[in-house]
Design a protein around this ligand. Sequence first.
Ligand code: UFG
Length: 338
Amino acid sequence: MKNVLVTGGAGYIGSHTVVALVEAGYNPIIVDNFSNSSEKVIERLEKITNKKIKYYNIDCCDLVKLEEVFKENQIFGVIHFAGFKAVGESVAKPLMYYENNLISMLMVVKAMTKYNVKNLIFSSSATVYGNPKSVPIYEDFPLHVTNPYGRTKLMIEEMLTDYTKVNKDFKVALLRYFNPIGAHQSGLIGEDPNGIPNNLMPYITQVCIGKLEYVRVFGNDYDTVDGTGVRDYIHVLDLAWGHVLTLDKLAKTDENLLVYNLGTGKGSSVLEVINEMSKVYGKPIPYKIIERRPGDIATCYANCDKAYRELGFKAKYNLHDMCETSWNFQQKNPNGIR
Ligand code: UFG
């Protein structure tokens, strides 16, 4: 059984990917410092997978400790999720973002190189496309970022691209995620933000559970179907499976730099998401239109043909499934994973 090191494996996308890896016959090993997740996630993963999950409470910026993990385990590949991810916070604390996100990636690559581990998947983001010239967005669109968080993603993509040019047997996949929402059907793991959520879906579910009064819709004067922002929401379970397919691909390809969009190819507006969630919730969800959020764009959705062609990746869950599982998770964990 191949060992796959999952940094940030207790986080939202990481934890769902750990489940997918077990289902696919890989043996995930988690490295997480639990700075934005709970150690309880590990027990829950064990419950879902019915398997002991090995984990290390380590900061990826700590090369000495990270190397210990590589020394102790024969690693086939690494999926690097660990990193800070809040756009607004990155604007307020840029150095914190550059330090954590860049150094952790650098240390992972150094450790991989020292221990001869050749397969790496990096969690990138559609944020690297900035405000795209058109939609759907293809992988070869120009890259442009507008905040420090996005810049760390782009800088890491560039750093890894440079590295693959001179290390032909070091294989990298850059996965550009669109907007993951939803949760595992068990309701044991899901998106568990600290404080008031920045992202739409956890905000909506917190309104439904009564923690927040109404959804703030950031603008209804965009050039979209109903004036509200359009995004490509993808079920986190589909996204997680995309990592399994990418690992399988890395194992058999001769190419050493792969880039894929992971989305559904379909955009939904903020009001469409609220409306779909109302059906799941069983009554209208209160919302108020307020001003635009600085930095937001009107429309962002993926062309996912490349991932389908080369990986066989196709999202199978729809917006209803995403709303249902997000709400199930919120109801089962009114105060998050504590
Ligand atoms: N929105 C609201 N109210 C909210 C939160 C969001 O109306 O309380 C709107 C936004 O204006 C946007 C849409 O809902 O139109 C989605 O917003 P999110 O904050 O959920 O997601 P973003 O598309 O802004 O950003 C997400 C991730 C980023 C990532 C980006 C890539 O948070 O990390 O997708 O496209 F970079």
